[in-house]
Ligand binder design. Structure first.
Ligand code: ZN
Length: 490
């Protein structure tokens, strides 16, 4: 399945390896082609609607290069590192934890000491993949990309996550945007991680698109108001085994600490359902003390079941007041705010989403094959094109009519025009990339001003008046109503 996704992505222009023309280009950099860009934009817009707008958050777009001091405060300079082992014979670098995972088929913790990794490398007789030499001597490698600013090359870094800008900008935003706690601040953009051995397409990258949300709140006020909305809902939580349970039960079992956390878990869950991932293939892995980052008090990975196994798409972290306290003390700026007469440094709950992985997951989950017919059953509002317009033949004015219709529809819909090959071939090409509706102009169009709309999933065709066409297609491809699911409260 993974190979099939990568094949379609490459051949049809969703995404492909960057600088492919150069044979030795480094791994972990990917380009989005036209179809991928369109889908990614729609996915981000869905995220805006379902999380940012639905919850009344604010959004920023911060700089990708940040001064060293920011990463001193955030702790990245000291601890944003991966274990690494270098072959003493051929000089190749490897991640000892990844090699051990492949060998033992179990999860290896990321936080073992160098000595512990070495002992395990010895125990399982792990060798260099290139030359067969025994691998020993684990060290640490900081994954931030260092850059030099100006002629003096002042030390700075490409951000390894988008959230630090949100923390650093928080005091200004709180003051100028006239917001109150609790408030969510969102950002979507590129982050950079110098991964040691990136593999698996969009699943492990050196340049990634993240969509992050940081919710700032008073830890004494995690109930009431909107935080009661989803208390009757159930969510799939996984710790040793999976349970689908409601809030009270989850709190009694020590899996979720408060209603605010539950509220945001439910929102991100709803978002992925609307993005087209089946509910049964989504779960929240409750992270144990050993698996959590040191600043994290409570953490969940939203995972989706893919052909390569359960894969993390969103890290949900209760970060406490760690970030704001650190930035406050290193920068010398007061980060405390007023909440109903109480002065405090807010706590933070974070939803950190990998956009590229999510796009991969949606494509994989949408692939269908029925009796030799392949199609991509993506939600119409995430499809790279909403509609394809085809002339039945390229003569008798039919092609001109179809061209006219295509430009008319492109006012409000992502439309493409295709006049080459048989209609069957054109349908098949559109199906493979998930175009939900195809419109065909034929001889009858001149008699009664109608065209055919053909549905990708059912292949059912209907005749529609041209004057109703654009309204109808808009209805069939628009984003789901923001209110509908929140009121459903399931
Ligand atoms: Zn070697």
């Amino acid at each position: 399945m993974f190979d099939e996704v990568m094949r379609v992505a490459h051949q049809r222009g969703f995404f492909f390896k960057s600088a492919e023309s150069y044979p030795n280009s480094p791994a972990g950099f990917w380009d989005y082609g036209p179809l991928g860009v369109s889908m990614k934009n729609k996915f981000i817009e869905l995220w805006r609607r379902e999380l940012v707008k639905r919850d009344g958050m604010i959004e920023i777009d911060g700089s990708q290069i940040l001064p060293k001091a920011v990463f001193v405060a955030s702790g990245h300079l000291e601890s944003f590192s991966d274990p690494i082992v270098r072959c003493r014979k051929c000089g190749s670098f490897f991640r000892p934890d990844k090699l051990l995972e492949e060998k033992t088929k179990t999860q290896i913790p990321e936080k073992l000491s160098n000595k512990e990794y070495d002992d395990m490398l010895e125990k399982y007789d792990i060798r260099c993949e290139n030359c067969g030499e025994k691998l020993r001597g684990t060290t640490r490698f900081n994954m931030m990309f260092r850059v030099g600013i100006g002629a003096a090359e002042e030390e700075a870094y490409l951000r390894p996550e988008t959230c630090q800008t949100i923390f650093v900008d928080f005091p200004l935003l709180f003051k100028t945007q006239r917001v109150k706690l609790p408030v969510g601040i969102a950002q979507v953009g590129k982050s950079f991680r110098n991964e040691i051995a990136p593999r698996q397409g969009l699943l492990r990258l050196r340049e990634i698109t993240q969509a992050e949300i940081e919710v700032f709140f008073n830890p004494k006020r995690t109930e009431g108001g909107k935080f009661e909305l989803f208390i009757g809902s159930k969510l799939p939580l996984y710790k040793e085994k999976e349970v689908v349970i409601g809030f009270s039960e989850a709190r009694d079992m020590g899996l979720v600490s408060n209603k605010l956390v539950w509220y945001y878990l439910k929102m991100i869950f709803d978002f992925y359902v609307k993005a087209g991932i089946p509910e049964k293939d989504i779960r929240f892995r409750v992270l144990s003390d050993e698996d959590r980052a040191f600043y994290s008090r409570e953490a969940f990975d939203l995972e989706v079941k893919l052909s390569i196994g359960w894969t993390e798409l969103v890290a949900c972290n209760y970060r406490g007041d760690y970030d704001l306290t650190r930035h406050s003390s290193v920068s010398g700026t007061d980060f405390s705010v007023d909440d109903q007469g109480e002065k405090l440094i807010p706590h933070v709950f974070e939803l950190s989403m990998g956009v590229d992985r999510s796009i991969y997951a949606i494509i994989e989950k949408s692939m269908r094959e029925e009796k030799g017919r392949k199609y991509l059953a993506v939600k119409p509002y995430l499809a790279p094109y909403h509609v394809g317009v085809f002339p039945l033949v390229n003569k008798d004015g039919i092609d001109l009519k179809a061209l006219e219709l295509s430009s008319l529809l492109s006012n409000c819909l992502d439309t493409f025009y295709d006049d080459s090959g048989s209609i069957g071939r054109r349908y098949a090409r559109a199906d493979e990339v998930g175009v939900p509706y195809c419109v065909t102009v034929d001889y009858d169009t001149f008699k009664d001003e109608t065209v055919t709309i053909r549905d990708r999933d059912t292949r059912v065709q209907q005749r529609v008046k041209i004057e109703e066409l654009s309204r109808k297609l808009e209805e069939m491809t628009r984003y789901p109503d923001i209110a509908s699911l929140s009121m459903q409260n399931k």
